[in-house]
Design a protein around this ligand. Sequence first.
Ligand code: CTP
Ligand code: MN
Ligand code: MN
Ligand code: MN
Length: 376
Amino acid sequence: GIQNESFIATKVSQYSCQRKTTLNNYNKKFTDAFEVMAENYEFKENEIFCLEFLRASSLLKSLPFSVTRMKDIQGLPCVGDQVRDLIEEIIEEGESSKVKEVLNDERYKAFKQFTSVFGVGVKTSEKWYRMGLRTVEEVKADKTLKLSKMQKAGFLYYEDLVSCVSKAEADAVSLIVKNTVCSFLPDALVTITGGFRRGKNIGHDIDFLITNPGPREDDELLHKVTDLWKKQGLLLYCDIIESTFVKEQLPSRQVDAMDHFQKCFAILKLYQPRVDNSTCTMSKKLGMAEVKDWKAIRVDLVITPFEQYPYALLGWTGSRQFGRDLRRYAAHERKMILDNHGLYDRRKRIFLKAGSEEEIFAHLGLDYVEPWERNA
Ligand code: CTP
Ligand code: MN
Ligand code: MN
Ligand code: MN
């Protein structure tokens, strides 16, 4: 209606960092379809088509109304022919035959299962698929496969890890992380990032950023923290990646490059108090199998130097698409290079310092976007 037309009249940016995207998605029917298409292209390693659908999904998530007619998407960016056809089909038929086809595709279904295992990406999935494997059970049963330490943990805790992390679980883990870190470094700043900082109430993991406002960093901190958890029997898996940061090195121009911070990909054992205590005592008395009173939770810990903290916070808060668009905007509209460590002005040939996320947006000439508006 009138509200749609007046909205379209104000130009929508092709960059999600110039839009507000809350979790209130009026176009889930379309964006779910786009995400299936994007994932299928990711499995086929077709990055261009994958990004096309991710950008379209992100754009429709930012619209303050539901798309019901083709007229609603008139003049919008990020809508190529493929995307337009899919929208048209969904408007007319209520669903898309193309998406249905993908969801029933043998290769898509197998890759979807394989990549749901911690430590398994597209490359490994491809290998397993070529060997004729199709399900997680088949991979588990194949004793000839050489699995990485990460993949072994992925299969061992599979059921727990595929079930999403709740906000309550994130809060409980947050307390553990804060207490442990502060027992070694009382002034350390521990911040939850990723989806939970964007206001999501579920996630596939919990992301933490750790920094010490003092003059020096402690590169032993992560080792101390994980050693203590190991002693306490709380650490189910841990892989510490040492820092590879080189000062004065220009930020990476690659849009999806990994950063250079010291970090740890871990699986923590979170004890969950049983709702009904008596069941537990009873089963013990009767000598029945012990009731499992914990859940395996994926946790990412990242340590950053204090002066890089705002850049790390912006990068790790995401969403992934929001971060991609920030870097693309910086490069194409400002001749700047942005990554999780800093912002480099190529014209002035200087690194721009920032004490907060607000200052980074200001350096880029962008209006500030709150974390809960970055769900692109
Ligand atoms: N990220 C990053 N560098 C990495 C890994 C992740 O900058 N090496 C960023 C991602 O781009 C993302 C954020 O950190 O924006 C969090 O990553 P992730 O946990 O994968 O995604 P979430 O948005 O938290 O969603 P989920 O609930 O699935 O965890
Ligand atoms: Mn996350
Ligand atoms: Mn994720
Ligand atoms: Mn993560």
